[in-house]
Design a protein around this ligand. Structure first.
Ligand code: BG6
Length: 479
């Protein structure tokens, strides 16, 4: 029986362009939606401003200046032993307004150089096409993915970069955490993944479904083209799999959990199977949602199914129908609400910590689809302190990652799920997506910069760096 991970297992690290690059107005780049997102804080939501407003703090403008320092950072990744590095292409570097007819050569050259540097250091690039950084013009002028024209813009962008990097990048993903938009009621409608601009009187549920379906069609068209461009490409989807448990053994709680999981499965069912699931068609019918699609688009969904499922795993949730438990109501399942799970603790940002949930998720997804999976995000955001000697001890991060890796190992070795790799989130400190903070740190490499944007941007290896280095060197034998 296998005792360890396959020798080709991709141990890596993950980030996204807008959270690291900076250089927001350099190299011919257009404005992306991430450039108009202000800094929030722990429990303080970010705002999307109308264009750039003087005096506001936009943390993604500089981020960690990876745009200029990527060589230094890749040298550290090599020392760490990374076999893979997941990042995204910032769409607005390639098509500054999103609807341009021709790409921006300078943007293309930047990623040529970045991928060359990774490959020269023996690190496989894993590339997401859209990670919350859609060109601002597509949001402002077209209203984001609720508009079918944006499908064609995405396809043009996807085809352009896949052709350009066909000999440099093998592993792709289309839309980061495409399903998150369904959980909007917890997100104060700040952000919808598809950059939807809501207007007065909009039926938001209808628009969220329409935009999600449009993104799925765009994704399928790019998957098909990608396979024509290079048949060796491995093109995946990217899901946020937060498993939802029944709070009690009351059958109504079990059914509620099943219904909430449909919010996630709607997306991966289409990505993997190429068909709109029956439970969704019934929901649209029952609620009178007018979702538009053509026969040609349905065919495109069937022809562009993904090769693997990339997913993030941070936490689990619980749901109940019991009236006397406090929680957040769920709009599409009257009587049910999301509640705290009394068996698990939370991080300082209130994110539940549940390593066993990762093993459960790997099993659940593999049983449902039987295609390879790739854990492309998992990590622990925490406040770190650097000593005067430049040391950062982060045993809490090691503990979080170790417990999750142990469960991942059980899923592979004992349960036999097919797993391509593991890229912990924020391998280097980056700007938090949700809060816009620098000080919600995920990295194993510390970046000297605070929430106010002050610091030298110098990089320091944390204690977790050494720990992960050994894990990669032993291919996960010593966790
Ligand atoms: C995922 C995103 O949702 O979670 C990342 O793909 C994000 O972009 C990560 O950074 C962690 O969330 P946060 O809000 O702590 O940055």
């Amino acid at each position: 029986m296998e005792k360890n991970f396959d020798e080709n297992f991709l141990w890596g690290g993950a980030v996204a362009a807008h959270q690291i690059e900076g250089g927001w107005d350099q190299g011919g780049k257009g404005l992306s939606i991430a450039d108009v997102m202000t800094a929030g804080g722990n429990g303080i939501p970010r705002k999307i401003t109308k264009g750039i407003i003087e005096g506001e703090n936009y943390p993604n403008h500089e981020a960690i200046d990876f745009y200029h320092r990527y060589k230094e950072d890749i040298a550290l990744f090599k020392e760490l032993g990374l076999k893979a590095f997941r990042t995204s292409i910032n769409w607005a570097r390639i098509f500054p307004n999103g609807d341009d007819l021709e790409p921006n050569e300078e943007g293309l050259v930047f990623y040529d150089n970045l991928f060359d540097e990774l490959l020269a250091n023996g690190i496989e690039p894993i590339v997401t096409l859209s990670h919350f950084e859609i060109p601002y013009n597509l949001y402002q002028t077209y209203g984001g993915f609720k508009n079918k024209k944006v499908i064609d813009f995405f396809v043009r962008y996807g085809e352009t970069v896949m052709k350009r990097y066909k000999n440099k990048v093998k592993y792709w993903m289309t839309f980061n955490e495409i399903n998150n938009q369904q959980d909007g009621e917890y997100d104060v409608h700040l952000w919808t993944n598809s950059a939807v601009l809501f207007e007065e009187g909009d039926n938001q549920e209808e628009i969220i479904f329409q935009s999600g379906l449009n993104e799925l069609i765009a994704s399928a068209k790019v998957v098909k083209k990608g396979h024509e461009i290079n048949p060796d490409f491995q093109i995946g989807c990217m899901m946020a799999y937060v498993p939802v448990y029944p709070y009690t053994s009351n059958p109504d709680d079990l059914m509620a959990a099943n219904k909430v999981m449909h919010r996630r499965f709607f997306y991966s069912d289409i990505h993997v199977r190429g068909e709109i699931p029956a439970y969704t068609l019934k929901q649209w019918e029952r609620k009178g949602l007018n979702i538009k699609y053509t026969l040609e688009e349905l065919q495109a969904l069937r022809e562009g199914t993904v090769d693997y499922i990339g997913f993030s795993y941070y936490m689990s949730n619980a749901v109940t129908t019991l009236p006397d438990v406090k929680g957040h109501a769920i709009s599409d399942y009257p009587g049910a609400k999301m509640v705290n799970n009394p068996y698990i603790k939370s991080s300082e940002w209130g994110w539940p910590i549940d390593p066993v949930g990762l093993r459960y998720t790997l099993n659940l997804i593999y049983e449902r689809y039987q295609i390879p999976m790739f854990i492309v995000e998992n990590g622990f955001g925490a406040y770190d302190t650097m000593t005067e000697e430049g040391k950062v001890e982060d045993p809490y991060r090691v503990e979080y990652l170790k417990y999750h890796m142990e469960e991942m190992k059980k899923a592979v070795i004992e349960d036999g799920v097919e797993l391509m790799g593991y890229t912990p989130w924020g391998i280097i400190d980056i700007v938090s997506f949700g809060s816009g903070e620098m000080e919600k740190r995920y990295g194993m490499i510390y970046v000297d910069k605070d929430n106010q944007g002050k610091g030298t941007l110098e990089r320091y290896k944390k204690e977790s760096f050494k720990w992960y280095q050994n894990i990669i060197a032993t291919n996960g034998e010593e966790l």
